[in-house]
Design a protein. Structure first.
Length: 274
């Protein structure tokens, strides 16, 4: 197990503050891996294939909507911001990747040598350097929004390859909404969002299917306290190339973007009426 001290030269996030009661979080959009850590990775892992690619571009309407936007800078291979800080499984009994993943979504090693797998001390350093600042900012912004508006909405934006046998059979639905099985937002809002997803021409949608919301959705969503959290896990085939070089495909993305925006407008319409 590795005992190399973890250091990074990059801030844990990029943040833009908006004017309306909506925070969009992108915890898996980061690609940065400190060079000393990347040197321990396999060649495959250095390409950080399990990134939620191009989400800022896909959500390029967010600023005009008045949303706050919080974007991770570091790869999930450094530390996964959508996992509990203690590394507990979000889906007990199912195959998952950990707080500091040691394998890819294709179940191949992240580390070239088993001796380079991080030990508890290194995991703690990564958590302190990257995970903690991201979550501190997320909590701070939700509190600010709620104090200013009396209500806050959190949209946790994700994407994933449409076919991943390790995690699910067949092709994933395109628009996977998660609300912690109904605990993280008002049920009426969830049904409104599901209606938009199910009526999206050329796409499929589901609520609390394979993905019910990760740590962020489950931890911060509290409708009783006027904080409504929703995760959207989109298929990458809806907007980008799913294999190297993982290019953004503007003509493909143009089909799904209006529906994503419609869902975010529905969120804002709901919370601004509270």
């Amino acid at each position: 197990m590795a005992t190399t001290p973890f250091t990074t030269t990059e801030p844990a996030f990029r943040f833009r503050q908006g004017t309306r009661p909506l925070l969009i979080s992108m915890p898996h959009a980061g690609t940065f891996v400190p060079p000393a850590l990347a040197a321990r990775f396999t060649e495959e892992a250095r390409h950080v294939p399990d990134t939620d690619w191009h989400l800022e571009q896909l959500y390029d309407f967010a600023d005009a909507m008045g949303a706050s936007v919080l974007v991770a800078t570091h790869s999930r291979y450094v530390v996964d911001l959508n996992r509990p800080p203690d590394g507990a499984s979000l889906y007990p009994g199912q195959s998952v990747t950990g707080l500091c993943p040691v394998d890819t979504f294709d179940d191949t090693p992240v580390y070239a040598d088993a001796a380079d797998v991080p030990d508890d001390e290194e995991i703690g350093r990564r958590r302190d350097a990257v995970w903690q600042p991201y979550h501190a900012k997320l909590a701070e912004e939700l509190a600010r929004i709620r104090a200013q508006h009396g209500v806050a909405a959190l949209w946790d934006a994700h994407s994933i390859r449409s076919v991943l046998p390790r995690f699910f059979e067949g092709k994933l639905p395109d628009l996977n909404l998660g609300t912690g099985k109904g605990t993280s937002c008002d049920p009426a809002l969830a049904q409104t969002l599901l209606g938009i997803a199910e009526s999206a021409t050329g796409y499929t949608g589901v609520l609390n299917g394979r993905f019910t919301g990760g740590y962020i959705t489950r931890n911060y969503g509290n409708p009783a306290q006027n904080v409504h959290a929703v995760q959207l896990e989109m298929t990458q085939s809806s907007y980008m190339q799913e294999k190297l070089p993982f290019d953004y495909l503007p003509d493909v993305a143009a089909g799904v973007k209006p529906y994503v925006r419609d869902m975010l407008e529905a969120v804002l319409n709901f919370v601004e009426r509270r």
